[in-house]
Design a protein around this ligand. Structure first.
Ligand SMILES: Cc1cc2nc3c(=O)[nH]c(=O)nc-3n(C[C@H](O)[C@H](O)[C@H](O)COP(=O)(O)O)c2cc1C
Length: 473
């Protein structure tokens, strides 16, 4: 069947919410009703209906994503005027994320150097989105600095000729306990986005946590992994049942080792760096309406935001699939206990890298709180943690307190500026640092790590011991 040819004029006649068409890389789609379920929120769809949305689309999505997500019945035809094709989009999109040339990887010796390189080289939009946090970035910064307040207590004269960093999680062995923290729209760092991330992590003996809001489709990312390689999936529980069902069906078909269901974002926080950027752009475009609105990328409530998410929905999810469920976004001991009570196989301690509630306590403190109040949970569930991890010593400290998997968010975005090579390079830095930290502390294998290797006085001063003590405040 040949596609019907559509002129730009005909396209422009379909710009109402109830009758909405949009051109993406020359193909015209009927997107009526899509604004309300678009993961990135309705504003951006409503802005481009009746028009060619290719440039905006290509800046964050793979060229094939639209065809995978829309039904064939939504394909109206192709534009008659020559505009972008998928091939043009792939070519144009090779490297628009950088404003300045990147330093060579040989100039990067730790993850802080990677962040400096990102700050200098990424374009303003990407930097604002990736590096930003909510309000005053208190939690983002405290996630990092708390690792500096926990001191190592190295044991000496212990044979550590080789340090074994392997870890077993849900029956699979990984070379390192280090994973990516799932993060949306990685194409803002590099056009190969999650494809390069998946390949780089697998080549480093780890694996990817695939985000719901990836730039590539879940199928494309899984295809990039070696056949049969394990992976995890991060789920946003869309409030729209049909959207959620579709995501779950895809995920169940692809069989991740576990689903990490994100629970810490019932509303968008106030992402000030994004807002500043969007207002600046609106001002340049002289679009005063935008400067007064909530900025769309920063604060629009896409389908990711499930304000009514409840424990019963997580329980429903447990019954809906036979896959292990980990709750991502645990920020206190009571919720860790609740996750265990409803039968979750794991918890993932996170405060969204300081992008949810600002001034929420740093994640290492939450891990200490759980360990002190419900130590048995650390035996009964697998524990992942993220937030502020930048060094091999940070990884070791989290493992000493009971974490099994340690994840990093922003650093993998920055590493991705260099594509797959950057991901492998960052993993090698972390692994080398972890091995050195283990050896210097007298730890030959990760199973030997324990809290006695740490001076945690700084944490103990801050840990919340529960209602019994709190009522005395
Ligand atoms: C740019 C960006 C996008 C993110 N997107 C998601 C997401 O789609 N789903 C999710 O569960 N967490 C998301 N997160 C939170 C991360 O999974 C993780 O909790 C956080 O980045 C860890 O902190 P770190 O960046 O200090 O390592 C995102 C974080 C960043 C920085």
């Amino acid at each position: 069947m040949t596609d019907r040819k559509i002129s730009l004029e005909e396209l422009s006649q379909h710009q109402e919410a109830e009758d909405a068409w949009m051109a993406i890389n020359s193909v015209v789609w009927n997107v009526t009703g899509f604004a309300g379920i678009h993961p990135g929120g309705p504003d951006i769809i409503l802005e481009y209906i009746g028009r060619d949305g290719s440039d905006q689309y290509n800046s964050v999505h793979s060229s094939g994503l639209a065809a995978r997500n829309f039904e064939t019945s939504q394909r109206i035809g192709v534009l008659d005027a020559p505009t972008k094709s998928n091939t043009d989009a792939d070519r144009d999109n090779r490297n628009p994320k950088l404003d300045r040339e990147l330093p060579g990887l040989d100039e990067i010796i730790n993850l802080h150097d990677l962040e400096d390189a990102a700050e200098k080289s990424l374009n303003e939009r990407s930097w604002a989105y990736l590096s930003g946090a909510t309000d005053g970035s208190i939690t983002k910064n405290r996630n990092c600095s708390i690792f500096e307040e926990v001191y190592l207590r190295p044991r000496v004269a212990r044979p550590v000729g080789s340090a074994d960093t392997r870890v077993k999680i849900l029956g699979d062995e990984y070379d390192v306990p280090i994973f990516n923290a799932p993060a949306s729209l990685m194409m803002l760092a590099h056009p190969d986005a999650e494809i390069a991330l998946a390949k780089g992590l697998a080549a480093s003996g780890s694996t990817i946590v695939i985000p719901t809001l990836a730039s590539y489709s879940t199928d494309e990312i899984v295809e990039a992994l070696p056949k049969g390689h394990p992976f995890f999936f991060q789920l946003y529980t869309s409030p729209d049942k049909s959207v959620l069902d579709k995501i779950i069906d895809t995920v169940v078909r692809l069989q991740p080792r576990a689903i990490f269901v994100t629970v810490d974002l019932p509303d968008f926080g106030k992402r000030e760096a994004n807002e500043r950027y969007e207002r600046k752009v609106a001002k340049q475009k002289k679009d005063s309406s935008k400067t007064k609105q909530k900025s769309n990328q920063a604060r629009s409530a896409g389908v990711a935001i499930d304000s009514d998410l409840s424990w019963s929905k997580i329980q429903w999810l447990r019954e809906r699939t036979n896959l292990p469920i980990f709750v991502k976004g645990i920020q206190c001991a009571e919720d860790a206990l609740q996750a265990w009570k409803i039968g979750c196989q794991g918890i993932y301690i996170s405060n969204h890298g300081g992008r949810a509630a600002d001034t929420a306590q740093p994640t290492l403190l939450t891990l200490a709180e759980i360990r002190l109040r419900y130590p048995e949970l650390l035996e009964q569930m697998d524990v992942f943690i993220d937030g502020g991890v930048r060094r091999g010593t940070d990884v070791l400290k989290a493992i000493c307190l009971g974490a099994k998997g340690v994840c990093l968010g922003r650093p993998f975005f920055y590493a991705l500026m260099y594509g797959q090579d950057g991901v492998q390079y960052a993993m090698q830095i972390l692994k080398d640092e972890l091995v050195t930290a283990m050896k210097l502390c007298g730890v030959a294998r990760l199973s030997e790590a324990h809290p006695g290797l740490l001076n945690t006085r700084a944490l103990l001063n801050q840990v919340d011991y529960g209602t019994e003590f709190r009522s005395k405040l």
